[in-house]
Design a protein around this ligand. Structure first.
Ligand code: ATP
Length: 590
């Protein structure tokens, strides 16, 4: 993300970061690692014991009775089973707790960046960082840390066991082969896998973006016959994914070959060297068999390295993406002075410039040296061709972000010094894309005022001219609005949005095309009712209906990111400026 440009973090930085986030799981993680080491070492001891007994039997030396051998192996197996259970239990506890901690951390870091972050990142990418990436980081705790610890401890302990069995030189060979296997796996599992995993994650998040575009744009896709184009795009992404996945899986295959290859090579070398020592009388057959059997069993630890090097590259790639997201500073910065008092507040922009920055870092200038004033209690309109920057300016008044240059003034104070929650309680921005949650009408309205009574809800619904339509619905205020408000019409959704904004009793209300979906008569009724309801509150109305500005005291005209004209609508209409030509083009009069 270009807002948070930073150097890629090293694996050590990422490891330290992941462990610092999940301090509460460090103790169970240690227990899980110890249980895993003990479990694997018991496996080594069991096989070494069995090998030793076979050696005694084949050389005709007295050993334990078969019943004792069976009893000892069964006893060891039971302890081993308990240790395995302990490892799995603590491992899963760690994994789930880590998931919870990571999710909480991610959301805590994200809220202060909203809603600005959704302007600078794609929804699908955000979603995949919050879901898939967190799931993959969890793998670090579940499948990485304990295997890494056992990969270090088990080879050393196995070599110590061989040395204790008086197979000192075999112990050195065993250790050497372990180290060789680990080095080969780490080399093969290194940079290539991390780079491929990073590319796979990026491609997957593009697929999610594409899929969410397809789901939201189903009407356009069907209407404009875009099915083949969309399918083609998805196929291209899938092909890209396939190439990287194939590359990664080839690497996994090579790693598996290394694990088995080195295990067989180790057994062969031990047998050849050991046979020579047996002939020379410096090693016993039971010690040789015990070392070979135990050594082969100990390769389980190497398998663990293979698995973790498979997952670790994905975990680190995901951790880097999440860390990048989480390192974003709160937007706007936290703190500031509370906006206290009551009554209308004035809005003003002083020489404001603003640019959008897309995920690739390129800038798109949306506002250039904009200045305008809406004195407290007045009703102004903001008009201009589509894309000229009206909504962008409106969001700055609600402090979605602070402008790069110039100042936004609210109640004659620089908005960048006003605490955000208090500012947004006073200055309400009603977006043109009002979102309704998949809940009842009443609950959607109460988002703005949780304690509002039914009477208060009906009051604002009357103002928004939608109360009659709700009375006719069988479930009234308890009618479900469907996902994204799909169960109600666009015009209804817009008026619900308006009713919700009014419930907050704004001291300044910014209406962004709030009546765009309504017919002219209804639009005028709504505008008048809103003005009456709000009393002396300030209103800034963004509209394309340039000929229907009844009650508006001043209009500001924008063109390509600049305010080019401001004045009383009736006066500007009679002139030859930007407003008059907008009015002409709309074929209207005032
Ligand atoms: N999230 C965004 N990322 C990048 N550019 C954006 C974004 N939102 C808006 N823009 C661009 O900024 C410019 C101003 O957009 P804005 O929505 O403020 O215009 P507007 O005047 O409100 O348009 P409309 O009347 O169509 O609502 C446009 O060129 C638009 O393409």
């Amino acid at each position: 993300m270009s807002r948070n440009e930073q150097k890629p973090a090293s694996i050590f930085t990422l490891t330290a970061w992941m462990l610092s986030l999940t301090r509460p799981v460090v103790a169970p993680l240690a227990i899980s690692s110890l249980a895993r080491i003990a479990d694997q070492m018991l496996g080594v001891v069991m096989l070494a014991y069995a090998g030793w007994q076979v050696g005694l039997f084949t050389t005709g030396q007295p050993g334990h009775s078969w019943l004792t051998v069976l009893g000892i192996i069964a006893g060891l197996a039971l302890v081993k089973a308990f240790l395995r259970y302990l490892e799995q239990f603590t491992g899963h506890f760690v994994a789930f707790k880590a998931l919870e901690l990571l999710r909480r951390f991610a959301y805590e870091k994200l809220y202060p960046q909203a809603p600005a972050i959704s302007r600078h990142a794609r929804t699908g990418d955000l979603l995949s960082r919050l879901t898939r990436d967190i799931d993959r980081i969890e793998v670090f705790y579940a499948h990485t840390f304990a295997p890494m610890m056992s990969a270090i401890a088990v080879p050393i302990l196995s070599a110590v066991l061989a040395w204790w069995l008086e197979a000192g030189s075999l112990a050195l060979i065993l250790l050497g082969m372990y180290v060789l296997a680990l080095v080969l796996l780490i080399i093969v599992g290194g940079m290539n896998a991390t780079a491929s995993s990073g590319r796979i994650l990026r491609t997957r998040s593009e697929i999610v973006n594409q899929a969410s575009d397809i789901i939201h744009g189903h009407d356009e896709i069907a209407g404009y016959g875009l099915t083949d184009i969309m399918r083609g795009r998805l196929n291209d992404l899938n092909s890209r994914l396939l190439v990287d996945t194939r590359r990664l899986h080839t690497l996994y295959g090579v790693r598996r070959a290394i694990t088995f290859g080195t295990m067989l090579a180790m057994a062969a070398v031990l047998l050849v060297v050991g046979a020579g020592q047996v002939n020379a009388g410096t090693l016993t057959i039971p010690a040789l068999l015990a070392t070979v059997a135990g050594g082969m069993r100990g390769w389980e630890a190497v398998r663990g390295v293979e698995d973790f090097s498979t997952f670790i590259s994905q975990s680190f790639a995901s951790a880097a993406r999440l860390r990048e997201l989480a390192q974003g500073e709160p937007v706007p910065p936290a703190g500031g002075e509370e906006l206290s008092g009551s009554g209308a507040v004035a809005l003003a922009a002083q020489d404001v410039s603003y640019a959008y920055v897309d995920p690739s870092g390129s800038k798109h200038e949306a506002l250039r040296h904009v200045s305008l004033e809406v004195p407290a209690g007045q009703w102004h309109a903001l008009v201009g061709a589509t894309g000229c920057g009206k909504s962008t300016l409106a969001t700055l008044f609600a402090r979605y972000e602070d402008p790069a240059e110039g100042a936004i003034m609210v109640a004659e104070k620089d908005a960048s010094g006003i605490e955000v929650a208090s500012l947004r309680a006073a200055v309400v921005y009603l977006s043109q894309r009002t979102h309704m949650f998949n809940d009842t009408i009443a609950n959607n309205l109460r988002l703005a005022a949780p304690d509002a009574t039914d009477e208060q809800l009906w009051e604002v619904l009357e103002v928004a001219q939608i109360a009659d339509e709700i009375r006719q619905m069988p479930d009234g205020l308890d009618t479900k609005m469907g996902e994204g408000g799909e169960a109600v019409s666009g015009g209804q959704r817009q008026r619900f949005g308006l009713a919700r904004a009014l419930l907050q009793h704004p001291r300044a209300l910014i209406l962004d095309e709030a009546t765009a979906h309504l017919n002219d008569t209804l639009a005028q009724q709504v505008r008048r009712a809103v003005r009456n309801y709000l009393g002396d509150a300030t209103i800034l109305e963004i509209t394309h209906r340039v000929s229907e500005l009844d009650g508006v005291q001043k209009v500001h005209v924008m063109e390509r990111g600049e305010v080019v004209e401001s004045g009383i609508p009736a006066e500007l209409a009679g002139g030859s400026g930007a407003f008059a030509s907008l009015l002409n083009r709309a074929g209207g009069t005032l």
